[in-house]
Design a protein around this ligand. Structure first.
Ligand code: PGA
Length: 253
């Protein structure tokens, strides 16, 4: 059974105390309410809270992810965090190429590509974010932009039977806006992404080991309209994942 992925991206929005508190409350709630068996929750806290949050999540089988990684294995990369370190802290997922990193830190597809390879090498699941800006969309470049991000970000990437890869389609212009895209449009875009993946990965790997999730202003009210679509394997949630009150309706959609 392929599980529906409900991934919380806490960005830089939780203080250390909030991260611990929300993680603890979530574990309590999961144990009390029992989540449906076809769902996998994943929390991506800040690097500094990864170890503490990892310990809390373990007992409730909630997955742990990082928000970024550096591609090098070791060396003079001030501030860098290796995939090996993340793996040793219990991370199973790593967000790569989020639009905020592309925008503010000028991450390009080649950097994303190196990060994806490093994450896979350490047997974690990269969550590769792709998506168009409002200007690109207005200029009719949406498809060209996301397919370039996809093909360059995954150039030379091979996914083995024991590995998994997630693509997160996140239209940049709806992130944090409170207004998600039309689920029908997300579905069509996911189908295009899937078709493109089939050009360079075997069909069995694409169906069994690759998931395509949607992100951008997902909340408890709209989550179902995305997750009923057969091409949408999960959601990546920012602001609506910061409190239990907002995140639980997404988990329990
Ligand atoms: P949002 O963020 O849910 O706040 O729109 C999603 C994301 O950036 O991953």
């Amino acid at each position: 059974m392929k599980k529906v992925l409900l991934i919380a991206n806490w960005k830089m929005d939780q203080s250390p105390e909030q991260s611990i508190r929300v993680a603890r409350d979530l574990v309590k709630k999961v144990k009390k309410e029992k989540i449906k068996r076809d769902r996998q929750i994943v929390i991506c806290p800040s690097f500094t809270e990864i170890q503490a949050v990892a310990k809390i999540l373990l007992s409730a089988k909630i997955g742990l992810g990082a928000q970024d990684v550096f591609w090098g294995e070791y060396g003079a990369y001030t501030g860098g965090i290796t995939a090996a370190a993340l793996q040793s802290y219990g991370c199973q997922y790593v967000i790569v190429g989020h639009s905020e990193r592309r925008q503010y830190l000028h991450e390009d597809n080649q950097m994303v590509n190196q990060k994806v390879k490093s994450v896979l090498k350490h047997n974690m699941t990269p969550i590769v974010c792709i998506g168009e800006t409002f200007e690109e969309r207005q200029a009719g470049q949406k498809e060209a932009v996301i397919l370039k991000q996809l093909t360059e970000g995954l150039a030379g990437v091979w996914v083995h039977e024991k590995q998994t890869l997630l693509i997160a389609y996140e239209p940049v212009w709806v992130i944090g806006s409170g207004q998600a895209v039309d689920p029908d449009e997300a579905e069509r875009t996911h189908a295009t992404i899937k078709r493109t993946l089939l050009e360079f990965l075997p069909a069995k790997i694409v169906s069994d080991n690759v998931g395509i999730i949607y992100g951008g202003s997902v909340n408890g009210m709209n989550v179902r309209s995305f997750l009923i679509k057969p091409t949408i394997d999960g959601v990546l949630v920012g602001s609506a994942s910061l409190t239990i009150d907002k995140f639980w309706p997404i988990i329990d959609y």
